[in-house]
Design a protein around this ligand. Structure first.
Ligand SMILES: NC(=O)c1ccc[n+]([C@@H]2O[C@H](COP(=O)([O-])OP(=O)(O)OC[C@H]3O[C@@H](n4cnc5c(N)ncnc54)[C@H](O)[C@@H]3O)[C@@H](O)[C@H]2O)c1
Length: 431
């Protein structure tokens, strides 16, 4: 472990060169964020502000972090999952773009235990942030539960994922949220792209890296047909799998049916599935009784934010033995003699066993993150007193971000003529 107090704690600084190349690769595929970096590095809107983040340390996150820094922010960072940090990227961030030590404050390494996970978050809170950037609300929750005195210096925050937004809305409803937070997750250019196409592709990537099984012809069970689940189901279907969906919401189940998926309760799906992916944000979706009824060789993983979707405590009770059969893949032999395989310890399989979402999709998610922090600081400087609640980003921003994305893809769209604009609001025009 390489540790310099007040600057970094990462696994191995000698990996920095490899990490730098990964970051450069991501930069070349994140044109929207790079365009914003170019624009705002001139005006330095974050000068004098400290942005503290708790989000998967991947090459794409590194592009966001270095963009915030280029726009004037002092940045401190930790990972938001013990198994998602890319150690080479963390090393490159610590040493900075020129490898001379002018990096950001970063505390993150792959495979940390729970105590180390919170130690890292706490070191970033020590910097007394101006704004916080979360993925899962662990940083915000830590400020509120352990360092509430720091909250008075915090202008606001942003939240990247569905589970985090749910947690924050619950805190706000209870009157417990101490500062305003933008729900970046809920922006159309985030939720409808990152969660769907990002999770769709990267979850299959994680499953394949950890198992290398053939997807065609397999019974592929997806629990939850929301944004992430739909993306995973779509991609698995495209690879020739027979997709089965389990849901608790009638409309979501109906959408899955009309999209050509089979729908059934988990109790039934457990008996026929070859591969299981949870994408619900809910706990105990695959429980002991489900593991027991699974076929020999079933593969089980999770792509929701927390590992609680699979009841691994129950599986450990049922299992008579377990061994790591290959990287990110543990074989459990149950007391009924059958074996099941759990990928990535039930953590987000796309980040723990693969590299997370492709850069192209994180480009838009992180453009929204940058805009959220710009909005917080601009509104603060304008003297606005924002309520301590969960805020939505303006819809116009989605059109702006999507517009830049299309432009960088070399695609153009139509615009309405004056007559068409008038027609849109003319209620007298009928057949
Ligand atoms: N893997 C990743 O990189 C990644 C990316 C984005 C979001 N996420 C996480 O994925 C999870 C889902 O996010 P989303 O945006 O798809 O949420 P969503 O609200 O769009 O969808 C969740 C779906 O799960 C269903 N559901 C809830 N409990 C269920 C149960 N017990 N059985 C079956 N279905 C159930 C809900 O009815 C809903 O349709 C969250 O934890 C989110 O934070 C992960």
């Amino acid at each position: 472990m390489d540790h310099k107090e007040g600057q970094y704690k990462v696994a191995d600084l000698s990996l920095a060169e490899e990490g730098r190349k990964r970051i450069e690769w991501a930069e070349s595929r994140m044109p929207v964020l790079m365009k914003l970096r170019e624009e705002y590095s001139q005006s330095q809107p974050f000068a004098g502000y400290k942005i503290t983040g708790c989000l998967h340390v991947t090459k794409e996150t590194a592009v966001l972090i270095e963009t915030l820094k280029a726009c004037g922010a002092e940045v401190a960072w930790s990972g938001c999952n013990p198994l998602s940090t890319n150690d080479s990227v963390a090393a490159a961030l610590a040493l900075g773009p020129n490898g001379d030590g002018d990096g950001v404050e970063i505390y993150a390494w792959y495979g940390q235990d729970t105590e180390a996970f919170y130690w890292c978050i706490d070191r970033t809170i020590d910097t007394t942030p101006s704004t916080t950037l979360d993925d899962g609300a662990d940083l915000i929750f830590r400020v509120h539960s352990q360092f509430p005195e720091k909250a008075q210096d915090i202008i606001g925050g942003s939240e990247e994922t569905t589970t985090g937004v749910h947690r924050l809305r619950a805190m706000a409803e209870d009157g417990k949220l101490l500062y305003p937070v933008y729900a970046v997750n809920d922006a159309e250019t985030k939720w409808d792209f990152d969660n769907v196409y990002g999770t769709g592709q990267s979850t299959l990537d994680g499953i394949l890296r950890a198992s290398s099984v053939l997807l065609a012809g397999k019974n592929f069970v997806v629990a939850g047909y929301g944004h992430c689940g739909r993306g995973v189901a779509m991609r698995a279907k495209g690879m020739g799998a027979n997709v089965i969906v389990t849901e608790i919401k009638a409309t979501a189940a109906l959408k899955a049916t009309l999209d050509g998926m089979r729908v059934m309760p988990m109790e039934e799906a457990a008996k026929v599935g070859d591969i299981f992916v949870t994408a619900t944000g809910m706990k105990d979706v695959v429980r002991g009784e489900h593991f027991v009824s699974m076929k020999e060789g079933a593969i089980v993983c999770n792509t929701g934010h927390y590992d609680v979707e699979l009841d691994l405590v129950a599986l450990n009770d049922i299992a008579v033995s377990k061994r790591t059969i290959r990287e990110d893949n543990v074989e459990y032999t149950m007391d009924n003699g059958r074996k099941v395989y759990v990928l990535a310890d039930g953590r987000l399989v796309n980040l723990a066993a693969a590299e997370g979402h492709p850069s192209e999709v994180m480009d838009m998610s992180f453009a929204n993150q940058l805009q959220a922090h710009l909005a917080l600081i601009r509104r603060h400087e304008a003297g606005e007193d924002l309520p301590n609640t969960v805020l939505d980003l303006p819809e116009e921003l989605d059109q702006e971000i999507a517009g830049i994305k299309l432009e960088t893809m070399g695609l153009a769209i139509d615009t309405l003529s004056d007559e068409q604009v008038a027609y849109a609001t003319d209620y007298s025009a009928g057949t």
